[in-house]
Design a protein around this ligand. Structure first.
Ligand code: IMP
Length: 216
């Protein structure tokens, strides 16, 4: 397992919610971390069928364009009653039909409609998880992956204005509030130490990354 000794990396995502959360997680480590958007990079097309493939596509594009180590995040919502959908297509479910961007209210409604079509009305029929795969690629193409998952239930109607994406319909196990009702510190649920695993999928993947590659 390789340590990250470089002082500057590129955060290979254009998703503002992910950039904010990853920067919060990176803050204690004193790295310079600009996003792909801040570097003016185009958003690569993601046509993989796994979180790992898409994470590699994004990290590799950013590393090749900047010459810096690149950290990407590919993530999504995996719903058991929907045979794992939307999964790697979680962002696609939010694409507006006229191609003018993403609408997560519509995307959450699609998930709800699909659950109702399956007759999934009881909490135990509405289980799922958020998955995040972080990929770190160095300029010599060495790659490491870190995967985190957060188990929970899909609730309806959506609750909370915090967070991003599908946060308002995701109730993590053992909690009374959705990710959309949690501050980012609560959603991370991480004290920043290697012993603690954190709450959100992204934080759990990040904790693995920090444990293996970073030192304070
Ligand atoms: P991708 O990784 O760019 O394919 O997009 C993943 C999609 O999953 C995002 O557009 C979000 O809608 C959703 N997603 C990933 N992580 C989270 C999260 O922490 N909260 C809510 N939605 C998320």
């Amino acid at each position: 397992m390789r340590k990250l000794v470089e002082k500057e990396i590129v955060v290979a995502t254009h998703n503002a919610g992910k950039v904010r959360e990853i920067n919060e997680l990176l803050a204690p480590y004193g790295l310079i971390a600009k996003s792909a958007a801040e570097h003016g990079l185009p958003e690569p097309e993601e046509n993989g069928t796994t979180f790992e493939e898409n994470a590699l596509t994004k990290a590799k594009a950013a590393m090749l364009a900047t010459g810096l180590p690149a950290l990407s995040d590919d993530s999504g919502l995996v719903v058991d009653a929907l045979d794992g959908q939307p999964g790697v297509y979680t962002a696609d479910w939010a694409e507006k039909e006229d191609g003018s961007g993403r609408d997560f209210s519509m995307a959450m409604q699609k998930v709800e409609d699909a659950l109702l079509a399956k007759g999934a009305t009881l909490p135990e029929q509405r289980t799922g998880r958020f998955v995040a795969t972080l990929c770190l690629i160095w300029p010599d193409s060495h790659v490491e992956y870190f995967r985190g998952e957060a188990e929970g239930q899909l609730i309806w109607p959506p609750r909370g204005e915090l967070g991003f994406g599908y946060d308002p319909v995701f109730l993590p196990n053992g909690h009374e509030r959705t990710f959309g009702e949690m501050t980012s510190e609560e959603k991370h649920g991480w004290d920043g130490t290697p012993e603690d695993e954190g709450l959100s999928h992204r934080t759990r993947a990040f904790a693995l990354f920090a444990r293996q590659c970073l030192s304070k």
